[in-house]
Design a protein around this ligand. Sequence first.
Ligand code: B3K
Ligand code: ZN
Length: 871
Amino acid sequence: PRTVYLKDYRKPDYLVDSTRLRFELEPNSTVVTSSLEIRRNPAAGEGLPPLRLDGVNLELVSVGIDGVALGVDEYTCHDEGLIIPVHRGAFTLEICNRIDPEGNTSLEGLYLSNGMYCTQCEAEGFRKITYYPDRPDVMSKFTTTIVAPRDYPVLLSNGNEIARGEIEGDRHFVTWEDPFAKPAYLFALVAGRLEKVEDQFTTMSGRKVTLQIFTEPKNIGKCEHAMHSLKAAMRWDEEVYGREYDLDIFMIVAVDHFNMGAMENKGLNIFNSACVLASPETATDAAFQRIESIVAHEYFHNWSGNRVTCRDWFQLSLKEGFTVFRDAEFSADMNSRAVKRIEDVSMLRTTQFAEDAGPMSHPVRPDSYMEISNFYTLTVYEKGAEVVRMIHTLLGEEGFRRGSDLYFERHDGCAVTCEDFVAAMEDANGVDLKQFRRWYSQAGTPLLEISDDYDSAGERYTLSVRQSCPATPGQPEKKPFHIPLKLGLLAGDGSELALDTDGTRETVLEITEAEQAFVFEGIPERPLPSLLRGFSAPVRVRYDYTPAQLRLLMRADSDAFNRWDAGQRLAFRALAQLQQDFRAGVELQLQPELMEAYRSILQQEDLDPALVAEMLTLPSAQTLAEEAEVIDAEAIIAARNFAEQNLAEALFEDLLETFRRLDHDKPYRPLADDIAERRLKNTALAYLCVTEKEEALQLADTQFASATNMTDSAAALAALVNRGDDQRAQAALQSFYERWKEDDQVVELWLAVQSSSPKRGSLEAVRALMAHPAFELTNPNRVRSVIGAFSNRNFLQFHQPDGSGFRFLAEQVIALDKLNPQIAARLVTPITRWKKYCQGQQEMMHAALQSVMDSGQLSADLYEVVSKSLK
Ligand code: B3K
Ligand code: ZN
């Protein structure tokens, strides 16, 4: 595979003013006919270079220009497309080709999922449908006619329906027209036996928009929450960004076989069933919240992505970082802001920091790639969102809105760059973000080393900040970043000190130098700094807190995020000590401070229960691995198990009380307050069961038997699977399966509970699950529920000392690559981090990775990840 570089970007030679498509759907031989109005791009230069169209896995039937068929010697057809000589500055190109949707297991292009046709075109999937300039800076108006047998009653594409009719021989057609010019990656087509729920939304200017969600008939009762979320998102975008929906209809379709969460095709979003379907009986609170945020995310793309799109794929974060920021703020407004932030940051720190420290580390705006699908990463999405959030922090709510208004106004209908986004923010606010731009070009997680000094005579407090950033592939040296550091200062009694004569109690320091000092005058006592409040920048902070200081922050900080973070620091410290003792063969002992800190969390009844639950949860093994200099899986597992066990035993009575207090029958509502209570209750239940005391396991049994919603049912199931005797666990698993075996989403949960269980998810058990009828290697959700859950969430079993987990993963990745390269390239991630492991593990992981490389011809997707990781 070849490498594509940002520096090689050239404007397209030709533009496509209109695209007319006709599909005659057949499982193995769908005929696609296209008619493209093409003209020379005046901005691209002189002369008439040959027209190059992308095309992959297509069977060419015919090519014609302005109604005249071309002979086979009048164009060149190769593996990746067509080259056609051009003699006129404007012409109509007609192409006919065939494709095989049924044979398409890559789930990119047009494919079949449980008998329904659907498409996925981002990033470069449209070229698997027909020959086309498949690049986002070619925007065209699409008209699409779908012809299908009548037993595919629903035929959908982008825009508005403009015609429909019957065709002789049991077939019918529908024609759709999308009035907005768009890149091919936003094209979509769906055909199937689908039912729909329908609703209506009145926009801020009073236009009525029809909202429809399509599913297989059996799932029609699971659409209400998504519809509700959609309307909330539409309203929010009007209120917060002034963005109104622009078509008369907005459709969502749920599809079972899908490589990711969902796709923002213009007017026709296609969703992974798991990210749209929910009912109280079948979906957990986490699923409800995920659906709310993904429905919103895809909807928000209508402006941040579709109306204003990306010039090229290096700019992916332009739409993804911004849209993740938008959906995170939406979720924060709909639920608990602090808890949403904590969830996002702990995910970022565990997974994005690891990515940024690993072999695939890349800037938010990458400068090269082999396969763009590999760059739909945590860095582009989540770190990209943090970069937008920092701009928001630097400009403030109103300044940011001025910037986004200018951005949308200036670039509506255009394909633009991250640079254009930053420039709009600058121009609307008269600020200079020159140095800030380094966040887009430099990879790696910066480190802030902070120390302080207090001069009591002068009542002067000085904070000294040193920033650095580790080398990453291709970037040995980094220049200083522009970092917003939000902070407050606490007095010894936990109150907030005034930072200046105006009485300000919180400020944002702008760090721009490698070393910088900030002086606060009139500080009456030695303060305790509360640093990086709300995680105001995606960096690591080192400051020498004493345990007592951390406990004070945990109890008194006005910033809920930092209260949680102080608890995490305390836990990290205790767990690091335990790991060290384990390696040294010293008897393990849990620091009493940690125990006391956790007990006091449980006693703070005024805190949001969801926050309490977060604070009670020890950092995951994955997070500990990310934090470690060298990963010693055995030590991590031993330390974490020991701490959890001890906390559970010591706090048993408090946890029991918490559980009982919250264990009441309430009709299910997916609302923040109720979710928070269930979260704390089930966190307490999980802890109680850690002790494996009969009393605790019986609580789980009872909850399992009587639960009326999936959140409680799944929590009880997990408790019984992870703890206690085999018989109980098997009985629960079996009755759960019997009850839910017809429900795809619940079956996926059932699979994941087992594969991620340290106790029941042994490699042998995972192999048995793969032989279960519910498993299907061609279904990404099933693969993620079994193989993904095992290798990403079952730290103990995946890291078995004999290396069997690594070899298993390699074997599965090799098999999957033949079916679905995108999923294979993603699944391989855990063994690409071999360099961070201690020696024995490192060698076995490396050998597993090497075996993938040596297994034969790899897809471009997998080859890129494996070859870069072996270096
Ligand atoms: N834009 C899509 C992701 C497409 C991934 C292609 N491999 C979903 C989203 O981010 O909203
Ligand atoms: Zn997105």
